[in-house]
Design a protein around this ligand. Structure first.
Ligand code: SF4
Ligand SMILES: [Zn+2]
Ligand SMILES: [Zn+2]
Length: 324
């Protein structure tokens, strides 16, 4: 296969575009796809200060790399989740990338900020690790962006991530989630102050295979191993299912996601459940105003539960007396 642009030997083929690219023109192609997503969805402007949530994986390091190349003011943010050696190695990938690109990286640790790690939180609350982890990440990313004065929070979600989420939301008819599924979530304000920072996903026009090829061609040293707590993550199963369909019919993922945005997303806008926000009475973060007057955010409620369980110690085991 030949490069679509220079007719030299292609190193990457993008089947849904029916095109091959040499390394140089594939990198151009990736940059153009990201620029187009930024323009089409009016994600941000060159004056905005961007905070990029970096996990050490290929997607988040790729989006940071691309935004720096395109001349944006992009700072990385790494949150140490305390998942043993995996967190250590992913932190090293984020720090190493920042050093090589001479870019600013903010590092925080969940244990330092709140006194528990993701595995500990899962053990204390009895909930699956990914659910507590997602809550922690959403809370800490937003908190860091507000505290450090950033305008926009950038995540490395790619087309595969968005299609898998859409597929799961349709399977379960999560209409509120369908109402919120978009490449841009606008900022929310309480009493004139930003309480939820604008969130954007500039990689939505790129498949996972393309971000992996980009990271490889750019020599980005990312963490390849999967999180050891991923077992049972339904998102992975949905990704595999949609990838099977894509292999049989290239373009399926793009058609499903962008078809949804163009033809269906608006129909669910009223289901998004984006009612009035108030400040959490414990930490001051934004939380929905419930009818019963409850104004403690879900992060604080989860943290309080974990602290209570820790103070109580492990539940006592009932002694089993043998009947005589
Ligand atoms: S797999 Fe689950 S626990 Fe691990 S980083 Fe992802 S969301 Fe967190
Ligand atoms: Zn070329
Ligand atoms: Zn709170």
């Amino acid at each position: 296969m030949k490069c679509r642009v220079c007719r030299g030997p292609a190193v990457v083929d993008v089947r849904r575009h029916n095109a091959g690219f040499c390394a140089e023109h594939f990198i151009d192609h990736v940059h153009r796809q990201v620029e187009r997503a930024i323009d089409d969805f009016r994600m941000f402007s060159p004056e905005d200060r961007l905070l990029v949530a970096v996990s050490g994986g290929k997607d988040s390091l790729a989006v940071w790399d691309i935004l720096l190349d395109l001349g944006y003011d992009a700072t990385g943010f790494y949150l140490d989740l305390g998942i043993g050696g995996y967190s250590e190695r992913s932190k090293q990938a984020a720090v190493g990338f920042a050093q090589r690109r001479a870019a600013k990286l903010i590092v925080r640790s969940l244990a330092d900020e709140h006194g528990f790690s993701v595995p500990e939180l899962a053990r204390l609350t009895g909930r699956v690790p990914c659910s507590g982890c997602g809550l922690n990440k959403r809370y800490e990313f937003n908190r860091a962006a507000l505290q450090e004065g950033f305008d926009v929070l950038v995540t490395g979600h790619n087309l595969d991530d968005e299609v898998a989420t859409l597929f799961g939301n349709v399977l379960h008819w999560n209409v509120d989630m369908l109402g919120r599924q978009a490449p841009v979530l606008e900022e929310r304000v309480i009493g004139g102050d930003v309480a939820l920072v604008r969130k954007v996903k500039p990689l939505v026009r790129l498949a996972e295979r393309e971000t992996a090829a980009y990271a490889l061609l750019r020599g980005i040293d990312y963490i390849v191993e999967e999180c050891p707590m991923v077992a049972g993550n339904t998102q992975h199963r949905y990704k595999e299912a949609v990838t099977l369909l894509e292999e049989a019919s290239p373009g399926t993922k793009h058609q499903m996601y962008f078809g949804f945005l163009q033809r269906a997303a608006q129909r669910f806008a009223g289901d998004a459940g984006e009612g009035r926000l108030v400040r959490c009475s414990s930490c001051g973060a934004a939380t929905p105003a419930w009818d019963d007057g409850e104004a403690v955010c879900s992060f604080c409620r989860t943290k309080a539960l974990a602290q209570r369980r820790r103070e109580q110690g492990p539940p006592e085991r009932k002694s089993r007396r043998r009947r005589r």
